[in-house]
Write a protein that binds this ligand. Structure first.
Ligand code: NAP
Length: 298
């Protein structure tokens, strides 16, 4: 399949880029191996996306996609497998059709980091989870552990505190990385307890699922579920050896230009100090603008 602009990844960055490029008159294909929305699909409630008072990540994702499609973007459930540039064109192999394009906007996002402790893999789906909205409702009235100290851990601990009998936030440092407003809300919750300066050494369980976590101070904390929110890993593997990366994040400037002319990066996958839905959407708009300038000067 041929197109002007291929967008890889259909989270907020990719779908914004696709909408802007399609509105600028380009033939745009946006691909994602999963449902459009990216990490939005894991967010229970968003209250800091401009113009939206309070909405679910899923609802916002649907609106991003609907809007992109209304501008003529073609969306396909294909995963990108490899990328090459020859004679000024990009050749991208995907799990669907192979694609040839004039420019590529890489917005493949990031995935959950794992703890790597014993029991984590074994009890995945049996109490170990990386998604509060997906799995939280299974643990109504139960004891829940949340691991991590960033915005995701705090936001999702607040959500889980409405479901569980008690929520223990286990964080490796004594200070949270997450926003002050979220810290204040966490502190105000009667059923959230803090386990600071501790790590999870092992997740224990039996045939029915998780039963406890062993902490680095030797405490065995009885819990029925462990929600792990310890950051993200960029989905940039297919760019290794093709474009400049920094700790896996795609190096891109304020125009979203990467080390490869015609390849632009946007959203959580690129080097950026602040990863939010609004910054991802802004990156997408800028990437589409830069792709437009690049194609016009080809
Ligand atoms: P993050 O900000 O990178 O935080 C990851 C947390 O996990 C940190 O507290 C870190 O500890 C801890 N951690 C990392 N590796 C660990 C390990 N091996 N063992 C134990 N703990 C570990 O990730 P995030 O919270 O998922 O957020 C990702 C991005 O999305 C951020 O930019 C965030 O601001 C954004 N976000 C925003 C919102 C919002 O605005 N509403 C909501 C969710 C996410 P240290 O602090 O010690 O490094």
């Amino acid at each position: 399949m041929e197109c002007d602009v291929l967008v890889i990844g259909c989270g907020p960055a990719g779908l914004s880029a696709a909408s802007y490029a399609a509105r600028a008159g380009y033939d745009v294909l946006a691909i994602d191996s999963l449902a459009p929305g990216g990490q939005l699909l894991y967010i229970d409630e968003i209250e800091n996306y401009p113009g939206e008072e309070k909405t679910s990540g899923y609802a916002l994702a649907e609106r991003f996609e609907k809007q992109a499609v209304s501008f003529g973007v073609k969306v396909e459930f294909w995963g990108a497998e490899s990328i090459e540039k020859r004679d000024g064109r990009f050749f991208v192999k995907t799990t669907g059709e192979d694609v040839v394009s004039k420019a590529v906007i890489f917005a493949a996002g990031a995935r959950h980091r794992h703890l790597g402790c014993p029991g984590e893999e074994e009890f995945q789906g049996k109490g170990v989870s990386y998604c509060a909205t997906c799995d939280g409702p299974f643990f109504k009235g139960k004891r829940i552990a949340v691991v991590g100290g960033g915005d995701t851990a705090l936001t999702d601990a607040l959500y889980l505190s409405k479901l569980g009998s008690e929520v223990h936030i286990i964080h490796r440092r004594n200070e949270f990385r997450g926003q002050k407003v979220l810290q204040d809300r966490v502190m105000a919750k009667d059923n959230i307890r803090l386990q600071l300066g501790k790590t999870v050494e092992r997740i224990n369980g039996d045939s029915r699922g998780v039963t406890s976590v062993l902490l680095s101070d030797g405490t065995e904390l009885p819990v029925d579920a462990v929600f792990i929110f310890v950051g993200v890993i960029p989905n940039s593997e297919i760019l290794e050896g093709f474009a400049a990366l920094d700790k896996g994040f795609v190096v891109a400037d304020s125009h979203m230009m990467t080390s490869v002319p015609g390849l632009f990066a946007a959203g959580d996958v690129r080097t950026t100090p602040f990863r939010q839905v609004v910054t991802a959407a802004g990156d997408g708009a800028m990437a589409a603008h830069s792709a437009d300038e690049y194609i016009q000067n080809m």
